[in-house]
Structures are given as C-alpha cells and as structure tokens.
Design a protein around this ligand. Structure first.
Ligand SMILES: *Cc1c(COP(=O)(O)O)cnc(C)c1O
Length: 292
C-alpha cells in the first residue's frame, strides 16, 4: 500500500465570491503524498494492489517526456519495490528534463519510441513486442486511466466529507472525471475542465466508464489555452496572482486552467448564487513551469 496523508479542504476568500455569494473550496489532494501526488495516487492505488496480488515484479506504462503519470508511477514502483519501465513518446533528449531525471532516479527504465510507433501503444502486436523485449509486466495504460483507476477515484469522491453543490476537476484523459461522476450521487453537478483542445472523444471515453444515462456532468472546453501543454501570458498571470493571494501553488497544465475556468464561469453567472463549489487540486506540481 502506498503511504497516504489525509488532506484538508481549504476555503478561498475573494471579493468576487462574496459579491456573488458563492463559496469556493479546494480539496488539497496535492498534499496526499510527496511524490505520488493528487489524482495519480488514487489512479495507481488499485493498479498496484492488483500487480502485488498477481505477484508481478515489473510495472510498464506509457507517457510523454513531461508526464505526471510517468513521474508518479516511477515513484510508486520505487516505494513498493517494483521494477518499472516507461515507454516514452519521442526521441531521447539529453540532458534529461526534470521529470525523466526523477524517473531514472527511481530506477525506471526509459525506453523511447518514435511518435508513429507510440500511436500503436494499445495494439496487441506492440504489447507482444514489449513482452518479448522486457519479459512479463503489469501494464498500466497512458495516463493511468483504466477501470481500476476509476475505482480509486470513486473512493476519493466518496470520502469527501464536506457539503457542496458543484465538483470541479481538470481533465486530461478523463479517468479522474469518470471516477468522480460514478462515485458521487446524481444530485451533485460535476464539471471537468479540459486541458486539451476538442472534448468530443473525451465524452465517449467517460461514457465508457460511467454509462450514458448520467446527465449531471459536463466538460468545459473553452479553457485549454491553445491545447495540451500550451499556455498564454493571461493564464500565467492568473496563476501568479492566485498563488500570491491564496498561497496555493498551481501548475499551468491542469490545475491553473481549471481555476481560471472556475473564476471565469463565476463571473459569467454559471454557478447558482448561494452554492458551494468544491474544486479538486489534482497535484501535478512536479511539472510546474519555471517561468512562474
Ligand atoms: C494527470 C492529471 C490530470 C488528468 O487526469 P485524467 O484522469 O487523465 O483526466 C489532472 N490534473 C493533474 C495535476 C494531473 O497530473
């Protein structure tokens, strides 16, 4: 079992919130573990439990060179005494960036594949090729999003012991949003903020986990700031101001975009006056920009 620290819920004080009578709370899940932080802790929990149960010795997973999932998986494998292999999209560039430097330090074996091959990562032929090359392993998909990841996030949802009307989270693959939707009662409104351009395929991925009969959730697609990994001066300014006012660090890939979106939607009267919004801080601070 990965170690876990209980996390607080923190209220944000801001004149805008007072004016529109909305309470904004942040669940500080970024503080749950020093290395396997935020949503990644919950997404990995039952995957590692299964790997242990089936007596696997090696974890293999996929990701880009800046991936929070690669970082977290390397740390979790290290803590739980698994070997780990990271299949990394693109060419090796040296010196390694901080994410991959850390993964190597956690003894993750890094294996680079070109972008074209990387696209075939879910094909049985490619998995077979990896098995021939590396021997047996427990496979965790890119971003960690599988049914066991969704199960872990459901558990996070069920232990939120505060009252709220809206739950907000950032969205990459959508595994986290899927877990929150399926872990909460239908009376809650759940809003995901996509870090990627275009959310239509995401809707299908989420319905794959939660079914098509839930209507209490939505993905906001206007806050990607140019796409995944992209940012604008506006976004960075927002993050700097938020951090200095509230003393909570944000990253520019996920949590910064979500909070920008929440404040923008509050200004646009999207949330009912008198309601409480709970936003999940999903971590990701390992990838926080040095420009901030
Ligand atoms: C990975 C990650 C996400 C996205 O989670 P998905 O389950 O892929 O949607 C959100 N926030 C942070 C900080 C992350 O590292």
């Amino acid at each position: 079992m990965l170690s876990y620290t209980t996390t607080p819920v923190q209220e944000i004080h801001h004149s805008l919130l007072k004016d529109v009578q909305i309470q904004l709370l942040i669940k500080r899940e970024d503080l749950n573990h020093p290395l396997v932080s935020g949503n990644k802790w919950w997404k990995l929990k039952y995957n590692f439990e299964k790997a242990e149960r089936f007596q696997h010795q090696t974890i293999l997973t996929f990701g880009g060179a800046f991936s929070n999932h690669i970082y977290a998986t390397a740390a979790a494998a290290h803590e739980l005494n698994f070997k780990s292999i990271g299949i990394i999209r693109g060419e090796e560039t040296t010196p390694l960036n901080p994410t991959l430097t850390f993964a190597s330090k956690m003894n993750m074996k890094l294996h680079y594949v070109d972008r074209e091959t990387y696209r075939t990562k879910n094909d049985p032929e490619f998995i077979e090729h990896l098995q021939k090359k590396f021997g047996g392993f427990y496979l965790i998909p890119e971003g960690g999003s599988n049914a066991l990841a969704v199960k872990g996030i459901q558990e996070l949802a069920q232990q939120l012991n505060v009252d709220f009307d809206y739950l907000c989270c950032p969205v990459g693959t959508g595994g986290t949003l899927a877990g929150l939707i399926s872990g909460l009662p239908d009376q809650k409104q759940i809003v995901g903020f996509s870090s990627l351009k275009g959310g239509d395929f995401l809707k299908q991925d989420i319905e794959h986990f939660v079914g098509t009969d839930k209507s209490n959730w939505k993905i906001e697609t206007n806050y990607h700031f140019g796409g995944y990994g992209k940012q604008t001066p506006d976004l960075l300014n927002f993050i700097r101001n938020f951090e200095s006012q509230h003393h909570i660090l944000l990253d520019q890939v996920y949590t910064g975009k979500m909070l920008f979106g929440i404040f923008d939607l509050i200004r646009k009267k999207y949330f009912k006056s008198g309601s409480t919004i709970l936003a999940i801080h999903t971590g990701g601070l390992q990838g926080r920009s040095t420009d901030l």
